[in-house]
Each structure stands twice: as structure tokens, then as C-alpha cells.
Design a binder for this molecule. Sequence first.
Ligand code: AMP
Ligand code: MG
Length: 402
Amino acid sequence: METNVTLERAVELACASPLARDTERASLSDAAGRVLATDLASKVDDPRFDNSAMDGWAVRADDCAIPGACLRIIGTSQAGASPPPMVGKGEACRIMTGAPVPEGADAIVMIEDSDTDDASVTINGPARPGFIRKRGENLRKGEASLVSGAQLTPAALSLAATMGHDELEIVVRPNIAVISVGDELVPPGQPLRDGAIYESNTYGIASLVEQMGGRAQRFETVQDDLDGLREALDEAAETCDAILTSGGVSMGQWDFVRRIMEEEGDVHFWRILMRPGGPPLFGLWKGTPIFGMPGNPVSSHVVFTLLVAPWMSRCMGAHEDLGPRIASPVRVVLESPLKGAPGKLCLRRISIRSEGDALLASTHTHQGSGNIHSMVAHNGLSLLPPDADANEGDVIDALWLR
Ligand code: AMP
Ligand code: MG
């Protein structure tokens, strides 16, 4: 077991225990947000045929060299209709956006640049070859413009449809248990006895799991008790692919997740050199990967974002751009000083906004790791290196979360 590891090392150690990756077939309409499991070759050229980018006239550019040229109208090309007649010398074909360009024509005149009567059209503006969208200029038949690991964003779904695919092979969503541990925790909506607080982490963490493309299974809160915890972990290992716990991983007498993992599990690392989010552990419970995350709400969200999210992304074979990456920070100018942490990467909550040429960052709330409001009121995290305080005006690395 390693202790007090850097965040990079923690991600590396977790990624050494990935999940088996299964794939399934899904219709295009059920694939939103999922991860593509194969390269996807186009079944067609895109565009399928030369077509017009404008409503106007398909012409021979040579015929329009002199302003005021008068051309004979030979017909109309409409989107979805059969091919139009050939355009000969001195002729023009009325054409709609997306309609096939008739043979013989090599340029389009915009409708706004013409005057017409029944039989002829007078050309008052340029005939532009650039208004013809050429067959295959976006994509060639057989070309794979979506590759394995791509996230099926709205644009990616439309691209898959453009390429002619109605079904896709996608990565099965990992089933992830989300368990909170603590005697003080009461579900929201229930009466609070003395000393109790509302359990909040499982709601946020389950939602983060879903956002990352997993399927979250929220468990009932487990008390600070070894037997109850063992039972819950056993059930989670049986029914889920991975386990996320929150609470009970610090040094205290009641930190039973750490204790049970040390005594009965297989711990790969404990504690990360970062603040907030220092106490996590990672290991295997009966062969199932388990992340023991801290109970403080900000800490558990930050640990998910920086440790669990990249691990999930790797497990699903997703491109590196799924979820935030400390390897791809933005540079921000601080509008107020930020206190760093001795020996630890410091992740203060910051608001990032663009102004002029720069991204500016400010803070608005108390920064305590118990204050989940700080994650709502801000949209980024500082990446202050260990032992570094930063002053107003300093430029630092940061993660822009939304
Ligand atoms: P722990 O990591 O168990 O020492 O908990 C640290 C702090 O986080 C304590 O103040 C707990 O009450 C709080 N906490 C632990 N788990 C949760 C949870 N699921 N929801 C909200 N607060 C929690
Ligand atoms: Mg606790």
C-alpha cells in the first residue's frame, strides 16, 4: 500500500485496476451521451452529390462575366427531386438550397442578385463556384470520422445519422454503488434528531456518476459499524462493478471504511497530497474496485472529479476529453489572493469569467470543505501547487468545470 501519494500517482494506481469493458448495440435514439465502442465508417459521401449552398440560379460562370447578362430559364432543381436538365450555354436553372447542381453548371448566382420574368433571368451579381457544395467534401464513403472512445454528443449523434447508421456499438454503462457512511446522517425530508444532519453526498455523487456515463446505485446510509458496513460492501461487490463510499476514511476512531479495508480488504493507496480531498483510499473489496471518499461534501465532489472521473473515463475507453483533466488546465488571473496548502495541491473554489484577452478568477464564499454551496457558487478549481500562496494579479492554473 502507498500512502500520501500525489494526485497523478493516485489516478495511475486506480487506473491499474480498471473494469472489464463490455459493449452493447443500441439504436441511435438511445445512444445520447454514451461512449462509442467501435470506429464508425461512413456509408455515404457527404454531401452525396454536388448541391447548392444558396437559393438562386445554377449557371455557367463564363456566361455571367458581363454584368446584366440575360439567361434563358430551362427549369428548376429542388431538394429531393429527380435530377434537373443540363444547363447549356446562355442558360440558367432555378435552384434551391441543397438541391443537386445540374450538369453543365459550374457556379451559383444568389436569388438576390437577379431579376426575372417568366422565361429569362438577368444576372446582376457574381456567379460563385464556391456556392457549390462538392460531393464528398465533408466526408468520403468509408471514412471513419467518429472513432472508438468518442462521446456521443448531440453533434456526434447527428454525424452518425448523416453517415447512415441507425444502430451503434456502445460501451455498457458501469454499475456503480454509492454508499454514505455515518451515524449522524438522515435522509433529507426526515425529521432531524439532536446531532443529526441531512445526508447529501450520495445525491451529488450519484449524479456525477451518471454524468460520466455510469449507472449509479444509491444504497441506504450505513451506520458507523463494522458489521453493517461489511454487509453493505458485500452486497455492493455482488451487484455492482465498483463501489464509491463517502465518510469514514480519516484517522478517527469511527472511521470504519479505512479500518475494514485495512483489516479485510486490499488497499492500494491511502491519502492524496491535495486539499480538500486528502483522506481518500482506493483498493479492492472482494475483487471489486472501491474508492473510499471523504465525507466532507466538497471533498467528496472534488475527489470524484479529479480521481474517480478520470478512472471511469479510462475504464470506458473514452477519449481523454471526457471529464476535466488536471493535464489540461486553463490559465487564470486572480482577482483576489488565494491561500495554498503546505505540501499539497490546493483546489480552492473559484469563479472563472472571460474579460478582454484574459480569464479572471474570483472567490465568493467560505472555502471550507464542508460548504457544498462553494461548489455551486463557483465554476472552477484552482490548481495551486504545494506550498504556493498566490496574490491578486498572479496567473495560475485552474480547472474550468462548466
Ligand atoms: P467523515 O469523513 O466521516 O469524517 O465526515 C466528515 C464530515 O462530513 C462530517 O462533518 C460528516 O458529518 C460529513 N459527512 C459525512 N458523510 C456525509 C454525507 N453523506 N452527506 C453530508 N455530510 C456528510
Ligand atoms: Mg464519519
